[in-house]
Design a protein around this ligand. Structure first.
Ligand code: ATP
Ligand code: MG
Length: 138
């Protein structure tokens, strides 16, 4: 099995119960879960790969604007499987191509797209101890 990090972003926190239900129905185990408002600094670590992007500041402001739900998901092929359940980055595209995906259902726009998923196991492993503490390392 594999682990990934899933985040319900601030704009979708009111839908967390529906989102967790879909996660569990898709065969993921929620191994760790924590609701917290990210500091700007942790938001910057979460999206470190985007630090040179033009939307980095807007993105990290948004991610630290209110509470989010952080989860560690465990399943076979968790990284790709969770990304598939999220759907495309842009909710408008998601509504066209994958209307059952979480971003189609709960995303507002390209920025406020409801959920985050690690892009690979290395990124997941880096952020897990930042959010859950060193003792959370698998
Ligand atoms: P995430 O990393 O959040 O799971 P992703 O991997 O689908 O999403 P990335 O390209 O990594 O997409 O972008 C990270 C996040 O940055 C997006 O989820 C979205 O919140 C925001 N974002 C992406 N593109 C834009 C854009 N053009 N304008 C504003 N925000 C954007
Ligand atoms: Mg990404």
């Amino acid at each position: 099995t594999q682990q990934t990090v899933a985040v319900v972003k601030p704009n979708a926190l009111s839908e967390k119960e529906n989102i967790v239900k879909k996660i569990e129905e898709s065969g993921f185990k929620v191994s760790l879960s924590k609701e917290q408002q990210l500091t700007k600094e942790i938001a910057e670590q979460l999206y470190a790969d985007h630090k040179d992007s033009e939307f980095f500041n807007e993105l990290t402001d948004f991610m630290s604007s209110g509470p989010s739900l952080f989860m560690v998901l465990t399943r076979e092929d968790a990284v790709m499987g969770w990304r598939a359940l999220m759907g495309p980055t842009d909710p408008e595209e998601a509504k066209q191509s994958q209307p059952e995906s979480l971003r189609a259902l709960f995303g507002e726009d390209k920025l406020k797209n409801a959920v985050h998923g690690s892009s690979n196991v290395e990124n997941a492993a880096k952020i897990i101890p930042v959010v859950f503490g060193e003792e959370a390392i698998a």
